[in-house]
Design a protein around this ligand. Structure first.
Ligand SMILES: [Zn+2]
Length: 108
């Protein structure tokens, strides 16, 4: 809900020659995205599970917006955003331009 990532202290790092970043789970190279610096790659997305270890998937509710979650192919009444991939806590939400973005939670 809150966007505490938006620190007013600007520590922008300009990366000119490296338009990629690493998937926080498997560390493969993914397309650089200045807004989603910890988003997980498509392969890792498939491994998302709930806290209880059930398979979870995320979809847009309608026309590419909103975020709904499916656990064991059943839509949850209340959308779940938290999930785990390889034991790493992640958070799924609607992307800036629609679609679903799953990001690893901040490092402790
Ligand atoms: Zn990955």
């Amino acid at each position: 809900m809150t966007d505490s990532d938006n620190d007013s202290m600007s520590t922008t790092t300009t990366i000119m020659s490296e338009p990629t970043q690493k998937c926080p789970i498997c560390e493969c190279g993914v397309r650089y995205d200045c807004r989603y610096t910890r988003y997980v790659c498509n392969e890792c997305e498939k491994n998302a599970v709930t806290e209880n270890g059930k398979k979870i998937k995320f979809f847009n509710e309608k026309h590419g917006f909103g975020c709904v979650s499916y656990v064991n192919d059943q839509k949850t009444e209340v959308p779940i955003h938290k999930c785990y991939i390889n034991g790493i806590e992640c958070y799924a939400d609607e992307g800036r331009f629609g679609g679903i973005v799953i990001q690893a939670a901040k490092n402790k």
